[in-house]
Design a protein around this ligand. Structure first.
Ligand code: BES
Ligand code: ZN
Ligand code: ZN
Length: 520
C-alpha cells in the first residue's frame, strides 16, 4: 500500500501553542481495499442528455442498491452533491456516501469534490473511508482529488487553548483512494507529488495565518531555515547589519520604525544544469503593515498580518520545487520587515536609495511594499535570471479591480504572458493580465528624487505600483509581477478548500508550474 502522511512540518520556534497532539489527517492510494473502512465513498456523475439514466454511479453493486434514490432524484450526480446512507452496512462498510462530480471532469472540480467529501466525513465523526475510483481513469482526477483532500484538511486552530477535536477537524481521519488503475509508478508519483505540493501550500498558509506577534521577520527567516532541512535547499539569512552593508535602502527605510529587525532571506535550489540560469522568485514579506506614519484606519487593520503572504508563498513555491526535485535552478528572495510608526520611522518626503542606486521619495509610508521589493528585485537582477517573478499583497487597488477571484499580473513580455497563462491553466489558479505601459512610469517620477512611491495622478494604482517595481528589474530580464492583494486570504467564498478567513497560498501552485514549464 502506498502511503503518504500529510502533516506539514511546523516550526516549534514560531508558536509555542502548536503542541496540539491530535493525529494528523492521512491520505493514501491503494490498488485494493483489504479490510473495509467506516465509510465507502462512491462517485456519481451527471450523464449527457439522451443517455438511459441521467446519472452514472461508478460502482455497479452500489448503483443497484440505490436505484430508488436515483429514480426520485435524491442522487442526481450534480457537482458537490453528497448523499449519505447511514448504517447502510454495505459489504462490511457501516456507511455509504455518494458524491457528485457534475458533467465535466476538470481537475478543479475534483479538488472541490474531494473537499465536500472530506467535510461530510468530518461531520460524520468517522475515522476511515475508502473512496473507490471505479470509472475514474485520468491522472488529473487523481491529482485533483489528492490536492483537494490535503488543501481541505488545513485548519489553523493551534492558538486556541482547547482546539476542537470534533466537528470540523480532519485529524485522525484516514482516507484511502482505491483504484486498480493507479497502481503504476507514474500514478503513484502523480499522487505523491500532489500531496507534497499541497502540504507545502498548507505550510505557507500557516505562516500567513500566524499573527504579527508570532510571525516577525526573524521568526519567518527561522521557519525557512527549519523547513529547508533535508530538502537540498541552501538558505542564507541576512540580518540588519548585513542588509546595511548590502545597500538595501528600501528595506531599511521601511524597517526604521520597528523594534523588530528586518531580514533578507535567500533560498537556492540547484536542480538544473550548472550553467542554466535560475528562475528568481521574489516575495513581499511584510509581517505587519500599519501603514507607518501615513497610518492606516483601524478597521480591519488586523488583516495586515497577511501582508507577508507574497513572501510566504514564494517560500512555499521554492520549498515545493525542491521537494519535487524539479530539474531547474531557482532562487527565492524574501524581503521581510514590519511597517510601524515611531520616532525613528521614515517620514513622508524622506528620500532613500535602493540597492541599484536609484533614489525615491516616500510620499506615503503606506506604499512600502514596493520599497522593499525594489531592493529584492535589484538583487535578483544581479543573479541574471532566465525569468524573474514576484508576488506581493501590493495594492488595495488590485482588490477594487479584480476582487478576490483573479490574481492580477503585469508583464511587458508576450512570451512571459503566455507562459504565465499556461502555468495558471495547469495549476487551476485564476490569473488575469493587467496593463503596464510607459504612461504608468510617467506617473511615478519623483520631484526631488528619481522616483516617487505614489502616483501623481488618480487611478490605476496597481499599474503604477508595477511601474515603480519595473525600475529595479534589469533591462531585458523577463519579468512578471503578481499582485495577490485580493487573493492571498479570505477566498473561501469561491474555493471550498480555502478557509473563509485564512491565508490561501495563492500562486504557489502556479509558480511551481512555471518551474515545470521552464524545464521543458
Ligand atoms: N499592503 C497594502 C496593500 C493592501 C491593501 C493589500 C489591502 C491587501 C488589502 C499596501 O502596502 C498598501 O497599503 N498600499 C497602498 C498604496 C497607496 C498608499 C499608494 C494602498 O493600496 O492603499
Ligand atoms: Zn502599506
Ligand atoms: Zn503592505
Amino acid at each position: 500500500m502506498f502511503k503518504k502522511e500529510t502533516t506539514a512540518k511546523t516550526s516549534k520556534k514560531s508558536a509555542s501553542h502548536s503542541e496540539t497532539k491530535s493525529a494528523p489527517f492521512e491520505i493514501k492510494l491503494a490498488t485494493a481495499a483489504k479490510t473495509p473502512a467506516d465509510v465507502l465513498v462512491v462517485l456519481s456523475q451527471q450523464k449527457k442528455k439522451g443517455a438511459d439514466s441521467s446519472v452514472a454511479i461508478a460502482h455497479a453493486e452500489v448503483a443497484k442498491s440505490v436505484t430508488n434514490s436515483v429514480a426520485d432524484k435524491t442522487i442526481t450526480g450534480k457537482h458537490k452533491e453528497t448523499v449519505l446512507f447511514r448504517e447502510k452496512n454495505f459489504n462490511g462498510y457501516n456507511h455509504l456516501l455518494i458524491a457528485g462530480l457534475g458533467a465535466e471532469d476538470d481537475t478543479e472540480k475534483f479538488r472541490q469534490t474531494a473537499t465536500v467529501i472530506l467535510r461530510a466525513l468530518q461531520t460524520m465523526k468517522v475515522k476511515s473511508a475508502h473512496l473507490v475510483l471505479d470509472g475514474v481513469t485520468s491522472k488529473n482526477a487523481l491529482r485533483g482529488l489528492a490536492e483537494g483532500f490535503v488543501l481541505a484538511s488545513y485548519k489553523f486552530d493551534e492558538l486556541k487553548s482547547k482546539p476542537k477535536k470534533t466537528d470540523d477537524a480532519a485529524g485522525g481521519l484516514v482516507v484511502t483512494l482505491v483504484s486498480k488503475k493507479f497502481g503504476d509508478k507514474t500514478s503513484q508519483k502523480t499522487f505523491s507529488d500532489a500531496v507534497t505540493l499541497t502540504e507545502t501550500v498548507n505550510f505557507s498558509r500557516r505562516l500567513g495565518d500566524l499573527p504579527g506577534n508570532l510571525m516577525t521577520p526573524t521568526i519567518l527567516a527561522d521557519s525557512v531555515v527549519e523547513a529547508a532541512k533535508g530538502t537540498g535547499l541552501k538558505v542564507t539569512v541576512w540580518d540588519k547589519k548585513r542588509i546595511e552593508k548590502e545597500n538595501m535602502g528600501g528595506l531599511l527605510g521601511v524597517a526604521r520604525g520597528s523594534v523588530e529587525e528586518p531580514r533578507f532571506i535567500i533560498m537556492e535550489y540547484n536542480g538544473g544544469a550548472a550553467k542554466s540560469k535560475p528562475i528568481v522568485y521574489v516575495g513581499k514579506g511584510l509581517t505587519f503593515d500599519t501603514g507607518g506614519i501615513s497610518i492606516k484606519p483601524s478597521g480591519a487593520m488586523e488583516e495586515m498580518k497577511y501582508d507577508m503572504c507574497g513572501g510566504a508563498n514564494v517560500i512555499g513555491a521554492v520549498l515545493a520545487i525542491a521537494k519535487l526535485k524539479l530539474k531547474v535552478n531557482v532562487v527565492g528572495l524574501v524581503a521581510s520587515t514590519e511597517n510601524m510608526p515611531s520616532g525613528s520611522a521614515t517620514k513622508p518626503g524622506d528620500v532613500h536609495t535602493a540597492r541599484n542606486g536609484k533614489t525615491f521619495e516616500v510620499n506615503n509610508t503606506d506604499a512600502e511594499g514596493r520599497l522593499i521589493l525594489a531592493d529584492a528585485l535589484s538583487y535578483g537582477t544581479e543573479l541574471q535570471p532566465a525569468l524573474m517573478v514576484d508576488a506581493a499583497t501590493l495594492t488595495g487597488a488590485m482588490v477594487v479591480a479584480l476582487g478576490n477571484t483573479h490574481t492580477g499580473f503585469f508583464t511587458r513580455s508576450e512570451a512571459v504572458r503566455k507562459k504565465v497563462l499556461a502555468a495558471s491553466e495547469a495549476s487551476g489558479e485564476w490569473v488575469w493580465p493587467m496593463p503596464l505601459v510607459d504612461f504608468h512610469n510617467d506617473d511615478i517620477k519623483g520631484t526631488f528624487a528619481d522616483l516617487s512611491n505614489i502616483s501623481s495622478s488618480k487611478g490605476a494604482g496597481s499599474a503604477t505600483a508595477a511601474a515603480f517595481l519595473e525600475n529595479f528589474v534589469g533591462e531585458g530580464i523577463p519579468w512578471a509581477h503578481f499582485d495577490i492583494a485580493g487573493t492571498a486570504w479570505a477566498v473561501g467564498n469561491r474555493l471550498n478548500y480555502c478557509s473563509p478567513k485564512g491565508a490561501s497560498g495563492a500562486m504557489i501552485r502556479t509558480f511551481v508550474e512555471l518551474a515545470k514549464l521552464h524545464k521543458a
